[in-house]
Design a protein around this ligand. Structure first.
Ligand SMILES: Nc1ncnc2c1ncn2[C@@H]1O[C@H](COP(=O)(O)OP(=O)(O)O)[C@@H](O)[C@H]1O
Ligand SMILES: [Mg+2]
Length: 267
């Protein structure tokens, strides 16, 4: 079952800071919707995602999932990070089944199914140290899915991977999100990734972190990166981002989105 998420006027000020990091974030995410959150480095994307995972509570406002206010983390709202954070002395299978073991539910058949889903059946019993970066992220994905989450939260999960592995994994996660009927929120600084994976892209600005615009990506899955409609959306999103966020050259906000702009321009 997929879950709807309500974000009710979240504001957040970290201890010891004068200015809020997040301000008046108000948003409804429909069950099974796929949302991408884009914005420059430091605008508060990870902070907001941690709140959706129940890993952090906002100083004002709340997050509701299925209408219930989130007060702590749950295996139902699983988060996947940029680093796979695997236990190096364990095998692929042992890492993948950790979530289930923590939940007290040993289920070897399910782990087999998950490893097949992420394309690692033949690696089940090898050490994770022998895997490539992309394969390690697949293990982390299998582990995230093991507890049958309703919401999958992804914080720049593919940014350390090479371009080919990255687009393979984007497609694979999109397929699994569809087949498992998950609600997905992905944080990214990559315009192409947002267009490849989301139904709706939210644009965030910094100081204070807030939502300043959105773009609907009404293209069918699997997404075809070579299609005219895809590159039109990519251009539309890039233009919208630049118009709304602007060419702020301050050191804190320079960098990541500009990299995507450069690779887009070069494409
Ligand atoms: N625990 C913390 N204490 C104080 N400031 C923090 C903390 N975590 C993040 N911040 C600040 O909040 C802002 C947003 O951070 P973050 O959510 O990580 O941004 P993003 O993911 O968009 O790059 C940054 O200025 C960061 O320094
Ligand atoms: Mg971040």
């Amino acid at each position: 079952m997929s879950a709807g998420i309500n974000i009710d006027y979240i504001s957040h000020t970290f201890k010891g800071q004068a200015e809020p990091t997040l301000k008046d974030i108000d948003l409804t995410i429909k069950p099974a919707e796929r949302v991408a959150l884009i914005g420059r480095s430091g605008c508060g994307k990870s902070t907001l995602l941690h709140m959706l995972a129940g890993l952090m509570l906002p100083s004002e406002g709340c997050v509701r999932i299925h209408g219930h206010t989130l007060t702590r983390p749950s295996a139902k709202y699983n988060m996947m990070f940029q680093k796979p954070s695997l236990y190096p002395w364990m095998t692929v299978r042992q890492n993948a089944e950790l979530g289930l073991l923590f939940a007290g539910k040993k289920d070897p058949d399910k782990v087999d199914r998950l490893l097949a889903m992420v394309g690692l059946s033949d690696k089940a019993d090898v050490s994770v140290q022998s895997l490539s970066g992309g394969q390690q992220q697949r293990v982390a994905l299998a582990r995230s899915l093991a507890t049958s989450p309703e919401v999958l939260l992804l914080d720049e999960p593919f940014s350390a991977l090479d371009a080919f592995t990255r687009s393979d994994l984007q497609d694979e996660v999109s397929r699994i999100v569809g087949s498992e009927d998950l609600t997905m929120v992905i944080v990214t600084h990559d315009i192409e990734e947002a267009v490849a994976m989301a139904d709706r892209v939210l644009i965030m600005d910094a100081n204070p972190g807030r939502l300043i615009g959105e773009l609907t990506i009404n293209l069918p899955f699997p997404r075809n990166r070579g299609a005219r409609e895809f590159s039109d959306k990519r251009t539309e999103l890039m233009n919208k981002f630049e118009k709304l966020v602007g060419d702020d050259a301050s050191p804190e906000s320079s960098g990541q989105i500009d990299d995507s702009a450069a690779s887009f321009a070069a494409a």
